[in-house]
Structures are given as C-alpha cells and as structure tokens.
Design a protein around this ligand. Structure first.
Ligand SMILES: [Zn+2]
Length: 305
C-alpha cells in the first residue's frame, strides 16, 4: 500500500505545483501594485470644479437573489450640463449574464437563477448617444462584456479612459476583456499619472484613482453631484456591509479564484469605509445595488426597470 500513498502524495504535490505555476505570476504581479491614494481634500475639491456633473444614475442589467445578498450587475451614468455623459462599467448581455449566473450558482449554493433586466442600451434609451466617455472599475467579464451591446447601439464616437495599470497590466482573468476592449468601438485613451487623483478637462469634476487590490487595473471613479461625493469602488468589496465592517472575501476567493492583493484590499476597505462614514459621501459597491438604493441613490437614479 505504500506505493499508493506515495502516488497520492506525488499527485498532491504536483497539483499544488500546477496551481502555483498557474496562479503564481498573477499573485506576484498584484502584490506590486499599490499606487498612492488621494487625500480626502483632493476628493472633496471635485465639488468646486467649474462645469462639473449634474446627475448620476445607476442601471441594473441583471440580478441574482441569494440567501444573504442579491448580486447585481450595474452601470453608472454621469451627465454634464451640456448633455454629455460618462458611463462606468458596461455589465453583460443576456447570454453572458445567464452563463455568469450559472457559474456563480455552482460556486455559491442556493443562489436563484439570474433575472435579466436589459442591456445597458436597452436600459438607457436615448442617453446612450450622449455617452462620450467610458471607464471600467476593472477588466472582468461581468463589467466589460456588455461593451458589444453598447457598441451595437452607440457606434463610433466614445472613448475609454484607462489608468496605465488598467491599460498595461493584465492577468489570467483580465486579458480576454482587455482584448475585447481593444477590438471594440471605443477609442482607447491611457491617462497619465503616478497615482493619486487623476482628472481631465474633457469631463470636469470626474476623479479617477488607480486602486489595484482586486485586479491590477482596478480603478475608482469619483464625482460630486447634488451635494454628495459618490465613489464607485468596483469589486474591492462585493457587499457594502462587508466593506463597512472590513470583512474580507475569504481565503479561497482571494487566493485561488481571483488572485488579490489582500493587504491592499484591506487598506482600501478601511479607506473607503472611513470616507463613507463622512456626511454626504456614498461608496457605490458595483454588485450591491440594494445598498445603493437604500442609501438614497434611488432619488438620483431613474433608469431602474
Ligand atoms: Zn464583478
């Protein structure tokens, strides 16, 4: 029987080695990405930029109800006084939403099937033609795949704005979406910056921050609208209450499923939670639409169907 034990140990070692070869580079890469964050004063100063945005709304393209939470897929649309808009994330079309939902249901039992509410152009109607800028909180399929539906409706004329990290640093989970973006209708523009708050004259009052942590190119978008500082944090946390209580995503998620820099995600949770506790400041967690609604976002959004 000793040979059987040896064989089992050898197989175990080989699978650990295989996993290391498969995931190791992604872990090493993301551990080296932690650009400096802006100060709170930098973020608050967005409120004073002349010609800043006048509205923000969230549309939810699909939702999946589970025992402890509802997983939503959303896009955020910010509008300027001259009618131009900027969209953050593109969600997914029906097929990709259902495929993604099946994967989620396999990994987390007792999730209901996905309820699909519409692609971003279906939910946004005419507004889609006003979108001149697009940004992604990160390049995972559930945030990027919908760019095809966006392009079918919008055609040429919009740009995607990316931090250097999001444009250049890819891993096993982001490279397909990066390729999809490259061949999309969006003209790619790489922002300059070493960290902190990145701004641009084309969309005054929009702040962009390289985060890392969840993916190499994870990015925060900040705007001050209607007296509130809105911070779109993507998937640094998947559930708002976990962000506020500094609860991580679990060892399996951050080490095997999605190679994360967990020291950085904790730093970011603490930073975002401290900001969220301030008056007139709201962190929008991409997959937690219920929390966005409960926070008063309902007052600001009109696209939910
Ligand atoms: Zn996601």
């Amino acid at each position: 029987m000793r040979w059987l034990l040896r064989l089992l140990i050898a197989m175990l070692l080989l699978s650990v080695l295989g996993l290391g070869i498969f995931l190791g580079p992604a872990h090493l890469q993301i551990r080296n990405i932690a650009p400096p964050l802006p100060t709170e004063a930098d973020l608050r100063a967005l409120a004073t930029v002349p010609g800043g945005p006048i509205s923000i709304r969230v549309v939810q393209s699909s939702s999946q109800i589970g025992p402890s939470r509802t997983l939503g897929h959303t896009a955020v649309v910010i509008q300027w006084p001259d009618g131009r808009s900027f969209m953050i994330d593109a969600a997914m079309d029906r097929q990709a939403s259902e495929d993604f939902g099946e994967l989620v249901a396999k990994l987390s039992p007792n999730m209901e099937p996905v309820a699909f509410h519409g692609t971003t152009p279906e939910l946004l109607g005419e507004t889609i033609n006003s979108i001149e800028g697009v940004g992604f909180t990160h390049l995972h399929i559930d945030h990027v795949q919908g760019v095809d539906a966006f392009c079918d409706a919008r055609g040429q004329g919009a740009r995607v704005y990316q931090t250097p990290w999001q444009a250049e640093e890819h891993n096993l989970h982001t490279k397909d979406s990066a390729r999809q973006l490259e061949s999309s209708c969006l003209e790619q523009l790489v922002l300059e910056g070493e960290g902190g708050l990145i701004t641009m004259s084309k969309f005054p009052g929009l702040g962009i921050v390289a985060l890392g942590g969840h993916t190499p190119g994870s990015t925060l978008f900040a705007v001050h609208v209607d007296g509130t500082l809105w911070l779109m944090s993507g998937d640094i946390s998947n559930v708002k209450s976990n962000l506020l209580t500094n609860t991580d995503k679990g060892w399996l998620y951050s080490n095997i499923m999605v190679p994360e820099n967990t020291a950085r995600t904790e730093e970011l949770r603490l930073w975002l939670a401290a900001l969220d506790r301030q008056q007139n400041t709201e962190v929008i967690v991409a997959h937690d639409f219920a929390a966005a609604l409960a926070s008063g976002m309902l007052r600001l959004q009109t696209g939910y169907q």
